[in-house]
Design a protein around this ligand. Structure first.
Ligand code: NAD
Length: 517
């Protein structure tokens, strides 16, 4: 095993999860193989090599498709509650491996260990949700207009579901999709981010163990690894009726066009540019906690990270001072050390994006009031640690309109009533998460009304990040319009069929049409 941060138990975690020095990146369950180029995964925590992975070639990919297509024939005929039982066992296995997987998430992606554990907990929660759902995949019954007829709808599985995921939630996004898709009777092929391949290997090992223990065919849970070229094999493939893609808006636009071009379905979870509105009736203490956690949690690399604070002019200085004071308390360092609040960003490209954004906000007339430094010296050898930044800016700056996937928070001022704040909030292309801090009922209801927030998520007296799995998750506009996780998000993984049965000896036509022979 490579030299890793053994003091935090990483080596033990990798062993427990079956992650090796060199891994096969293609897997149909019990069969692991790969003939593609080798990629290496380095930890942003300490810059050390975690391991290598052989990527998926077109030939490997076709073998996976064959295994998945064949497994679907069996899996779809298993009663849904029995599929739920398999997902229950998968959730239990995740409970056993929670610490190890949480540690790997933290070490490979860079989020805090607590957030890594939280991510695995989300996987467990969605499994529990899916188990209950496996007995509730029901459609409606309708009254037919024709005598002696019965009409109802039912849901059938789609087939092979392709999952493309981003680096920042390297395990949970897969589980949100796969737990639901599995109970719905689909089989899944997952291409994790090429920046976090070890998390993919670890998850696939856990799933494969459960399917094997139940003597189920391989091909229900499949893994492929590589960059956008491997993703494109999926998006172009007519054998995959649904592509669920999580990542940048840039990627989503390409995937959407490719999949729509073959009339496939896509579920898109793309970039956000999330804001908290702070009104004159806001509780300052809650505002500061919500804003700071939202902006610096996961080093500003959540799709729901708080990027804009829209503060009423009467509160501006007070809120600014309180947020700046909180930023000055932040401890930056190894995310596996629970004393630290902020870990590294994913890689040096992300550091560059952070620096460029701060340069651009100054070029446009703004002012950086906290942060801007890339940290160096002991503990920061990976070169991926930055001090979370705060900049004063105007809502229409190009850089403010853009999602910079790094810890940069823009302070924006509004005057007048909450509708002016909403105009600023909605005045960006993205539409994922939004929040208002207020104890004023009129402001809160205006924010939630039809003239209010245009985002998929709108919170009152809660920050923008940290959604629960029970609700449907996703956003509007350039965030892609997809919904996954809770509520009725399961319907996207199934096809709806309307059935009409005539139990008479006559054949009356709908709409009273006469057709006598
Ligand atoms: P990214 O777009 O660079 O990559 C995401 C995934 O898409 C990767 O697996 C990548 O290999 C794949 N990909 C890239 N181009 C592709 C193509 N042409 N065809 C098929 N696949 C392709 O994103 P990232 O840097 O990994 O993640 C950060 C972004 O993801 C941010 O914009 C963030 O807001 C977004 N995100 C959104 C959500 C959400 O639920 N809305 C959740 C997490 C992350």
């Amino acid at each position: 095993m490579q030299a890793v941060a053994t003091d935090f138990g990483i080596e033990k975690a990798l062993k427990e999860l079956g992650v090796k020095d060199i891994n096969e990146g293609t897997s149909t369950g019990s069969k692991n193989f790969s003939n593609g180029e080798v990629i290496e995964s380095y930890s942003p925590v300490d810059g050390k090599l975690i391991g290598k992975v052989k990527t998926t070639t077109k030939e490997d990919y076709d073998k996976v498709l064959d295994a998945a297509t064949s497994a679907f024939q069996t899996w779809r005929t298993m009663p849904a509650p029995q599929r739920g039982e398999i997902v229950r066992q998968f959730g239990d296995k995740l409970r056993e491996k929670k610490e190890a997987l949480g540690k790997l998430v933290s070490y490979e992606m860079g989020k805090s260990y607590q957030e890594g554990l939280g991510e695995v907990q989300e996987m467990i929660d969605i499994c529990d949700f899916a188990v209950g759902l496996s007995r509730q995949l029901h459609g409606l019954t309708m009254h037919s207009e024709r005598p002696g007829h019965r009409m109802y709808e039912q849901y059938h599985p789609l087939g092979v579901v392709g999952i493309i995921s981003a680096f920042n939630f390297p395990v949970a996004v897969w589980a949100w999709n796969t737990a639901l898709a599995w109970v719905c009777g689909d089989v899944c092929i997952w291409k994790p981010s090429e920046k976090t391949p070890m998390c993919g290997i670890a998850c696939q090992n856990i799933a494969a163990e459960v399917f094997k223990a139940n003597d189920l065919p391989e091909g229900i849970s499949n893994l492929i690894i590589g960059d956008h070229r491997v993703g494109e094999m999926m998006t172009k493939d007519t054998r995959i009726p649904l592509i669920s893609a999580t990542g940048s808006t840039r990627m989503g636009k390409i995937v959407a066009q490719e999949v729509a071009g073959r009339l496939g379905k896509s579920l898109l979870e793309l970039g956000g540019n999330n804001a908290i509105i702070v009104t004159p009736d806001a509780d300052i203490k809650m505002t500061v906690i919500g804003a700071v956690f939202g902006a610096v949690g996961t080093a500003g690399q959540r799709c729901t990270s708080t990027r804009r604070l829209i503060i009423h002019e009467s509160m501006y200085d007070k809120v600014k001072d309180a947020v700046v004071a909180a930023y000055n308390q932040l401890k930056i360092g190894n995310p596996l050390d629970e004393n630290n609040h902020v870990g590294p960003v994913i890689d040096k490209d992300a550091v560059k994006m952070y620096q460029d954004a701060l340069e651009r906000v100054v070029d446009e007339g703004g002012k950086v009031i906290v942060g801007g430094e890339v940290l160096s010296g002991e503990g920061f050898e990976s070169g991926c640690y930055v001090r979370p930044a705060i900049a004063e800016a105007q809502p229409d700056y190009k850089i403010v309109q853009h999602e910079t996937f790094a810890p940069v928070l823009y302070l924006l001022k509004y005057s007048g009533d909450v509708h002016n704040a909403l105009e600023i909030q909605n005045g960006v292309k993205q539409g994922l998460s939004s929040a208002i801090m207020t104890n004023n009922l009129r402001e809160a209801e205006a924010f939630l009304s039809v003239q209010g927030s245009d985002c998929g998520i709108a919170n009152v007296n809660i920050g923008t990040s940290g959604a629960e799995i029970g609700g449907a998750f996703g956003g509007e506009k350039e965030t892609g319009g997809g919904r996954e996780s809770g509520s009725d998000a399961w319907k996207v993984y199934m096809r709806r069929q309307t059935n009409t049965i005539n139990y008479t000896a006559d054949l009356p036509l709908a709409q009273g049409i006469k057709f006598d022979l």
